[in-house]
Structures are given as C-alpha cells and as structure tokens.
Design a protein around this ligand. Sequence first.
Ligand SMILES: Cc1cc2nc3c(=O)[nH]c(=O)nc-3n(C[C@H](O)[C@H](O)[C@H](O)COP(=O)(O)OP(=O)(O)OC[C@H]3O[C@@H](n4cnc5c(N)ncnc54)[C@H](O)[C@@H]3O)c2cc1C
Length: 281
Amino acid sequence: MQGKNTTLIDAENRIMAKYLDKEFTDIAETEFKNKGVNIVLGQKVQKFEGTDTVKKVITDKGEYNADLVVLCIGFAPNTKLVQGKLETLPNGAIIIDEYMRTSEEDVFAAGDCCVVKYNPAKDTRYIPLATNAVRMGTLVGKNLVKPTLKYMGTQGTSGIKIYNKCIASTGLTEEVAKNTTNYNVGSVTIDENYRPEFMPTFEEAKVKLVFDKDSRRILGGQIISNIDLTQYMNTLSVVIQNEMFRAKEMAQWVKCLLHRREDLSSNSQDPCKSGHGHTGL
Ligand SMILES: Cc1cc2nc3c(=O)[nH]c(=O)nc-3n(C[C@H](O)[C@H](O)[C@H](O)COP(=O)(O)OP(=O)(O)OC[C@H]3O[C@@H](n4cnc5c(N)ncnc54)[C@H](O)[C@@H]3O)c2cc1C
C-alpha cells in the first residue's frame, strides 16, 4: 500500500458478499492481505472521531486510527419527490413495467431510481448500474407515444481487478440464489489452466456455474484468474438471458474452456469437438 496503513472495514463477514461466493472472496481477501491491507469483517461503522479532521473510526466492536476515510457503503434510490405518488419497493425504488411505465399514466421512470427486470431470478430487483440506466432512458424515448419496445432485462454482470486478480460475475451467486429464490440451487466449480500446458504461457483460472437442479437452467457464473478472462462472463450473461444452455452442456463447455477434455464423454454432444469450445464462452 505504498507505505500507507490501510484498513478495509465491512459489516458483512466477507468482502463483496453480494457479488461473489466465498471461494472467490477468499482469494480477493488474501490478495488484499498480501498487500498489507488490514481486513476487518463483521463490524459496522458507528461514527468518526476528530475535531478538524477525522482521527478515529469507531465500529460496534473496535476503533481504528485514521487520517482519511473513504466511504463505499452502497446505494439507495433518491425518490422522495414521488413518495406516496408512485408505487415503489420498500426501499423507494420506483416499480415500472417492461415499457418503463410507472403506476401513474403518462409517468415514466428510468435509471437508478427504478427496479429492473432481473432475468436470472425472473423477478424485478434494485440493481442500479449505468448500463441499465442508459438502456432504460432510451426505452422511455421509444415508448413515450405507445408501447413499442420492451426492456430485455439484465443479469447484473460486473467485473473488478484486485491487484493481480481479474474477477467477474454474472447473474445469481450460489448464496444469493439460495437466499432469495425458490430454485433448487446447484453449483459446479472448476480450477484448471485456461489453456493447454504446451502453450508458452498459461495461468490457473477458477470458474463457477450456478444452476437450477430442476430445470438445469444456468442462473449465474463467476470467474477469477491472473489473466483477464472476465469477458467470458459477458457471453455467459447472454446464455442466461436467452436460456440457451442447460447446466450439463454448459459444464462441459467450461471444461473445454479450461482444457479438461478427459472428463468429456465421447458420445455426448461434445463442444470441444465442434471447434467452437475454446472461443465462445
Ligand atoms: C463510484 C461509482 C462507480 C460506478 N461504477 C459503475 C460501473 O462501473 N458501471 C456501471 O454500469 N455503473 C456504475 N455506477 C453506477 C452509475 O453511475 C449509475 O447507475 C448511473 O449514473 C445512473 O444514472 P441515472 O441517470 O439514473 O442517475 P444519476 O447519474 O445519479 O443522475 C441523477 C441526477 O439527478 C439529479 N437529481 C436528483 N434529484 C433531482 C431533482 N429533484 N431535480 C433535479 N435533479 C435531480 C442528481 O443530482 C443527479 O445528477 C457507479 C456509481 C458510482 C457512484
């Protein structure tokens, strides 16, 4: 940390708990710790102390000296203006239909003030992202005169780089799926080199797929590696949105991606043999 004493405090028991499952946040936390960051988990910040400048951060379980504090404590819709006038979720997010129409005729809404259609869970959730906001704004324009174009929904795909680790996720994590849906949630996690060892260079990658055991529908995925494989989650996002693959075929495809050809049965539909297995995930 370039000579700075840095402490990362999180009220949850692991960092980025809503974006990634524990196998992935464990690696991210180790990455921080290896760089000398003090990780403090399961503590809620209560107040700051100091006269002219901040000197101390007080949590429910301890106190930490500080001369600079950066707050990254989430987001909430700023919808006081429409409170009691439009239907909202309990957190204030305006409820809209797929044409961006609110509960009041001729009132449209878009962006961080609204819920979005969330394809992995087939429900609506509060996922404020610029990517959603831009699309929703465009749709308001398209649908102002008459309902013309529906919102396709989102998978809430996101990526982050923590020192050497390139991390991305799309759709539901296993934990969020279990806590917020009625799906019969299953998962598969694979650790493997991302390309064959006879190549001049190769790196380990960890990939996880989350799926519904009953329908075999893919619900989400996560990836982490020193090499940037995050774009694969964009492809998986399209797969989830369009319900293109069922979990068995997808798990095979992931094995192709990570070169576990020995696990593939010879008579099944083998994407490695199609010549597309290494490119499209
Ligand atoms: C640090 C940070 C990083 C982010 N990174 C990403 C990212 O990597 N990818 C991504 O997709 N998204 C990211 N986001 C989220 C993204 O910025 C928002 O989703 C996006 O800006 C939402 O657009 P919006 O127009 O709905 O709202 P805003 O951009 O918040 O615009 C709303 C505007 O309305 C104004 N306003 C509020 N009330 C009134 C009023 N009564 N009258 C007039 N004006 C009013 C506000 O001042 C504000 O300027 C990030 C956000 C933050 C804070």
